[in-house]
Design a binder for this molecule. Sequence first.
Ligand code: ZN
Length: 110
Amino acid sequence: MSNKTLKKLLDERARLLAELGTLPRMLHGSWVERFSVCSRPGCRCHSGDRHGPRHYLVVHEGGRQRQKYVPNSQVDAAQAGLAEYRRVREIVDRITHINLALMKEDAYED
Ligand SMILES: [Zn+2]
């Protein structure tokens, strides 16, 4: 690998690491929307017009799945957070690729 190529990889890694700092809302989970039926007698929800949607993020906590309620006021931000997480994954995969290339050149720990 030429010094130029090596520098390109180190620069790209630095850019990607900096970009991680621009993704503060990242959320790792699955999005769920639920509609529900309440206990009020005669409520419209009993004839098919159910309440909702209510939004949840399914996350992993200590090896278990948990559904976390997301208030309506936070739905847009949370969905942006899910998109940010997808970018985090892309960045991590790319940095892994770069680091493996650097390892071959003995430049991994620079
Ligand atoms: Zn109801």
